[in-house]
Design a binder for this molecule. Structure first.
Ligand SMILES: NC(=O)c1ccc[n+]([C@@H]2O[C@H](COP(=O)([O-])OP(=O)(O)OC[C@H]3O[C@@H](n4cnc5c(N)ncnc54)[C@H](OP(=O)(O)O)[C@@H]3O)[C@@H](O)[C@H]2O)c1
Length: 255
């Protein structure tokens, strides 16, 4: 008979981009909900601050653009903490870019962090999770990946690429018992959106974004998107024919 005082193991989450914004809010809410969270980002001090208030958060500094470092981090997590139940590949960067400021290095940088950073995570997680045949991987993309939007050529392309890649991989992951899912937030108030000098409809706070993710964590559907109203509009926009899409975008951005 099981000792009724036996310690029940906490489920294990790995969150990248956990030093601020959505990732930090999610890490703390997961910890509050009884998860053990390994929190990754480049800024160790910020991760240490999270761990100081939440003992079940373990900082693991990491640059997601470094494939070998990502592989070592995942191996270290397995070795020290066991199987990952939920990996949230959330690290990302953003900068708006007008045509007049067309910047090849920005395209390269955002692709390296937002897209290749996730590819590196998938590379490291694929084998152990598929062999085990359980768990989920969440990729933070964006509603900006639904369609090309003004000033978001460099950023939006990375998010569209993530959604496309996840759609392509989902069936094989599912056949192996692993749920690959995308998280598509609308506007969330973080250091990234602080760079925008235009109106951001439906803006929510990081803790609300984290709540929305946590609420759907027990599900297995492909997409977690929020906030509802803004996502509804963005999904209608996604299905509009170009003859309506471009005039509408012109009208919205001229206001
Ligand atoms: N805010 C929004 O409205 C919004 C909307 C849709 C999607 N998103 C996505 O949500 C995710 C989180 O963004 P956020 O809005 O919460 O912004 P944020 O507060 O700036 O968080 C970005 C996180 O990514 C980490 N990061 C950046 N480059 C990294 C690298 N090379 N290696 C490891 N970590 C790195 C940052 O930490 P360090 O600098 O310490 O490394 C930070 O923890 C991003 O993927 C973003 O594209 C945001």
């Amino acid at each position: 008979m099981m000792n009724q005082h036996a310690k029940i193991k906490r489920p294990l989450a790995w969150v990248t981009g956990a030093s601020s914004g959505i990732g930090a809010a999610l890490a703390t809410q997961l910890a509050d909900a009884g998860w053990h969270v390994v929190a990754s980002a480049r800024t160790l001090e910020a991760l240490d601050r999270l761990a100081a208030t939440h003992p079940s958060i373990t900082p693991l500094p990491l640059d997601v653009t470094d494939l070998e470092a990502v592989r070592s981090a995942v191996a270290q997590i397995h070795h020290q903490h066991g199987d990952i139940d939920a990996a949230v590949l959330n690290a990302g960067d953003y900068k708006p870019m007008a045509l007049a400021d067309f910047d090849v290095t920005l395209f390269e940088h955002l692709m390296r962090v937002n897209f290749m950073g996730v590819v590196h995570g998938l590379d490291a997680l694929r084998e152990p999770m598929c062999q085990r045949g359980s768990g989920q991987i969440l990729i933070t993309a964006s509603v900006a990946g639904y369609r090309g939007l003004p000033l978001a050529a460099a950023y939006g392309a990375t998010k569209a690429a993530l959604i496309n890649m996840a759609e392509a991989l989902q069936p094989e992951f599912k056949a192996s018992g692993v749920h690959l899912r995308v998280v598509n937030p609308g506007f969330v108030r973080t250091p990234l959106t602080d760079l925008n000098d235009f109106a951001m409809p439906g803006m929510i706070e990081p803790h609300e974004a984290a709540q929305a993710i946590l609420r759907d964590l027990h599900k297995t559907n492909f997409e977690i998107s929020f906030p509802t109203g803004f996502v509804f509009v963005m999904k209608r926009l996604r299905n509009l024919p170009y003859a309506l899409f471009f005039p509408l975008i012109r009208w919205i951005t001229k206001k």
